[in-house]
Design a protein around this ligand. Structure first.
Ligand code: IPE
Ligand code: IPE
Ligand code: MG
Length: 237
């Protein structure tokens, strides 16, 4: 049986290679990647996902050529402009996690407006990680610890969300990475402590509702033990 309100994270990788395979500029891959985001967000609530965290731009992605970064930033602004309305209609609460201080003022304003406009959404909590680094978030949270209190896993987890301008979320259940690479690239390192990991070959622009459903099907077959023993079955009683 699948539990309700899963927290699923996706490292949306492979936009550039998808475009290069078709002899196209990488920016086309990013544009098609934004369409894949729409498909997945639309499908998520029906599949029992309560929180969806999408990795859109890492703190290390600033190392890319300025022209590619500019394309991505424009795309984020455009995505928020168009999608905020759709999020409201579909009960999606949008939250952008990550650093804000290196983001251009126009995009920052758009982020604030989208978050405010969608704050009442209760069907899906959509978190988009932008200028995000899990290690940096852990360091920032550690800096916020008060010397007179002993943090717990729960309290530290809450702090982690807050230092990244988010609100607390449950631990990650399933982490999907598209594009064939098998690494975490500094995404949700704390939150993924007991997440199931799924690496798929498909490039992000080709990813759709069926792929997400398939990923959740695979997740449902996994046995999560959290360090204990196999859960007792009815037969064993
Ligand atoms: C993911 O696709 C999008 C971002 C990192 C912004 P990539 O741009 O990394 O695509 P590949 O991995 O080069 O194919
Ligand atoms: C991870 O992809 C970041 C996002 C998908 C936003 P990258 O393409 O930047 O990761 P590496 O460089 O292959 O590890
Ligand atoms: Mg990549």
């Amino acid at each position: 049986m699948q539990q309700s309100a899963l927290h699923v994270g996706i490292i949306m990788d492979g936009n550039g290679r998808w475009a290069a395979r078709g002899g196209q500029d990488r920016s086309l891959g990013h544009h098609e990647g934004a369409r894949a985001v729409r498909r997945v967000v639309e499908a998520a609530p029906e599949l029992g996902i309560g929180v969806l965290t999408l990795y859109a731009f890492s703190a290390d992605n600033w190392r890319r050529p300025p022209a590619e970064v500019a394309v991505l930033m424009r795309l984020f602004r455009e995505y928020l402009r168009v999608e905020a309305e759709r999020c409201i209609e579909n009960g999606v609460r949008l939250e952008i996690i990550g650093r804000r201080d290196r983001i251009d003022r126009r995009l920052r304003r758009r982020i604030d407006a989208s978050e405010r406009a969608t704050a009442a959404g209760a069907r899906l909590h959509l978190r988009i990680a932008l200028d995000y680094s899990s290690r940096d978030a852990i360091l920032r949270a550690a800096q916020c610890l008060r010397p007179d209190t002993v943090p717990t896993r729960d309290s530290f987890g809450r702090l982690l969300a807050i230092v990244d301008h988010g609100t607390p979320v449950p631990e990650l259940d399933l982490l999907i990475r598209t594009g064939g690479e098998r690494r975490l690239s500094d995404f949700l390192l704390w939150e993924a402590a007991y997440a199931e990991l799924l690496f798929v070959e498909r490039m992000w622009p080709d990813f759709g509702a069926e792929d997400l459903a398939q990923a959740l099907g695979e997740f449902a077959t996994r046995e999560r033990r959290y360090g204990g023993l196999r859960p007792a079955t009815a037969d064993a009683c």
